[in-house]
Design a protein around this ligand. Sequence first.
Ligand SMILES: [Zn+2]
Length: 83
Amino acid sequence: MGLIRLIIFALVIWMFWRLVKNFKAKLESRNNSDSQSGNKLEQGNMVPCDFCSVHIPEKDAIQHEKMWFCNNSHKEKYLEDNS
Ligand SMILES: [Zn+2]
């Protein structure tokens, strides 16, 4: 009986150790994918200025209806030219 108990005890410890290892691996891969998607978000979408065609990050661009501009003066000039 003593030997069987020892084997079962060893098995339980081994299974527990494997679970912890898997859990850590999952956590690490989740953290990695999080930081990757975070980097993508930081870069953001690039949009072309409708006046000078320069590409700027969406968060820095000025939106007017469905158009994008790199700054306010380009937006005003574009609207003046097309009015
Ligand atoms: Zn521009």
